[in-house]
Design a protein around this ligand. Structure first.
Ligand SMILES: [Zn+2]
Length: 205
């Protein structure tokens, strides 16, 4: 446990220096996911570690629409990953399952009519969640069955790339029927690229 704490402490110190805020909804959704996967005990463990790391957060006190430092959300993912020994693909699945727990997403999805419209709205959706960075959809081809997502000025920890991959696939599925999606990260700020770029392709099923 001490080893995990020391490792997380280093991460927390690095992350805390990175500016940028996100809506409490993200943090809240993270804890709700932990609750579903690991129960109240899991929430208590993650909360306890966050407190030890100098970032006390109480699920009941998080306001969905308030702004919180984004690094807290990233740290919650890292803490859960360490405590529960989750793999990268577990984190992908976390991202994948997250949109259905978010009331903001459910609200927005009511109005989404097609995959194309979903992705045209994605940049606005980003701005609703973050007060920094940018999401663009520079290329969308219905004919060739793919689209590109670019995320700029968002660099906390590589684990968020796995999380976001799962997330984007789920959002794409919301906007469509009878399609199976595949996603790969083709550019990454952690590999020296100027932004993260994700290519999503699909097959009709
Ligand atoms: Zn990346």
């Amino acid at each position: 446990m001490e080893e995990i704490y020391q490792k997380l402490k280093k991460e927390a110190e690095k992350l805390a220096k990175i500016p940028g805020n996100s809506r409490g909804e993200i943090l809240k959704t993270h804890f709700n996911y932990i609750k579903i996967k690991k129960g109240e005990e899991g929430v208590r463990q993650v909360g306890g570690m966050m407190e030890r790391l100098g970032c006390p957060i109480k699920l009941k006190e998080i306001n969905s629409l308030n702004w919180y430092p984004e690094y807290l959300s990233v740290l919650v993912i890292l803490v859960a990953k360490e405590l529960f020994k989750w793999s990268d693909s577990d984190i992908y699945n976390w991202g994948y399952e997250t949109p259905k727990f978010s009331f903001i997403v459910r609200l927005m999805m009511k109005h989404f009519l097609s995959l194309k419209i979903t992705y045209q709205k994605a940049p606005v959706y980003w701005q609703g969640h973050y007060d920094f960075g940018e999401l663009e959809v520079p290329d969308f081809s219905e004919k060739e069955k793919y689209f590109i997502i670019r995320v700029k000025d968002y660099k906390f920890h590589p684990i968020t790339c796995e999380f976001h991959k799962g997330y984007y696939v789920k959002i794409a599925e919301f906007g469509t029927r009878n399609k199976k999606f595949f996603i790969e990260e083709t550019k990454c700020m952690f590999k020296g690229d100027p932004y993260h770029e994700f290519k999503t392709t699909w097959q009709e099923i």
